[in-house]
Design a protein around this ligand. Sequence first.
Ligand SMILES: Cc1ncc(COP(=O)(O)O)c(C=O)c1O
Length: 499
Amino acid sequence: MKEVTGSCGHISDMTSREFREATARVIDWITRYFENPEEFPVLSQIQPGDIKAALPGEPPTDGRDFEAILNDFENHLVKGVTHWNHPCFFAYFPCGASGAGIIGELLSATLGLNGMIWRTSPVVTELEDISLDYLRQMLGLASDFSGVIVDTASTSSLCALAAARESLREYNIREKGMAGRDDLPPLTLYMSQEAHSSIEKDAIVLGVGQENVRKIPVDSEYRMIPVELERNILADLGNGFRPFSVVATIGTTSSTAVDPVEVIADICAERGLWLHIDAAYAGSAAILPEKRSLFAGVNRADSLVVNPHKWLFTQLDCSALYCRKPDLLKSAFSLVPEYLTSSEQDSAKNLMDYGFQLGRRFRALKLWMVINYFGSSGLQELLRRHIDLAGRLASWIEESDRFEIMAPVNFSTVCFRLNPRTHKPDTHSPPESQEAYLNELNENLLNELNTTGRVFLSHTKLDGRYTLRCAIGNVRTEEKHVRELWNLLQEQADRLTES
Ligand SMILES: Cc1ncc(COP(=O)(O)O)c(C=O)c1O
């Protein structure tokens, strides 16, 4: 299509007509996309650099007709999309977008609000409080947990650990920093060997240092071993360190293991340590009464993170940080220059006080819309459906004689591998070489599956064993999609093991 632009392109914003036409076309594209996301390969099939090669290397001097821009989107950019909205996206922790979430984002983008302080848009602060309180009630968290929305769990945990560090008044880190504090014992942080890397990264950012992050061993179900935690804390105390916080995970990234929070909370209480809970993915399951036993002890935590953008149909980004000591978050972060003072600063909540970022998007709008659209019972049913689908896949694997389950299926994620008992290279070879063979076989299996473009899975290693993960979390995933995965697994396993 020929591009129509003025001699110097556009020098004002779109007219109402242009905007209406362009958005009508976009909404049409979005609607068709959701009618059949399966027309696209789940995993983008392009090579590094392909998009760069398809687009001009220099910016246009003259603005372009929007039709031409959308054509570029459809013809070039979409090829580089890995479709998180595809119902066969089973990698990492999928979420994808729901209609209510998209509309929330659309309106938020339209308003372009920045909720840095209350008056810069009172609705940002107030709807955030309301939505997070709805979510808190649904999760069964105690009423003294107050929340803020940030971009990711990495940031939520960083802020929580900054508050934990701030609670050590004698360190006065806010004023004095961490460098050259030879007068005070170095801080130590505890998490399981299976905790998410974001916690370790947060320790780097906060100046705790990787060396001072203790990775506590796990049991055969990948849960932190409390006696090992206690042993490490005591050893550190004996060696002149200052233990300050424990991060327990409910739903680890690799296998969705659940650390024994009650016992860990006892240890934290006895030693005066801050307990932060990383429930980024699995936290959403606390809305289900039948899953609450996996959350025993959460109300003893000082802080907790749950990401609606992992398993609550609210697209990236939306991470909820709950903290029982918001004053500590505030004293860690609040810094009010003259140009951000306001007459209501003492009577209203100013979001900038609860983290290191000043600017705040209106993320609460999509969360509020999602909660209102589905209602708590709709969200419960969706999560139950995913848990049920994961249970079905797990039962097919258990019944099969060549696949095996690698970890308990606590939520909607299944860890498994191909282990064709009759196809090992040499049944007398040592276990290490058997395991090396299985690792390679499963890596090949994953690559073959993903290059079909029909499903997308990711992997991990559990006890050094290459493991495939199938995480179910997309609002459009149904049994037929999980069956499609199972059939593909059979086909690829046949191909890889035929001798
Ligand atoms: C348990 C857990 N914590 C934290 C994270 C980090 O999440 P985010 O990308 O929101 O920082 C993940 C990501 O998968 C996770 O599984």
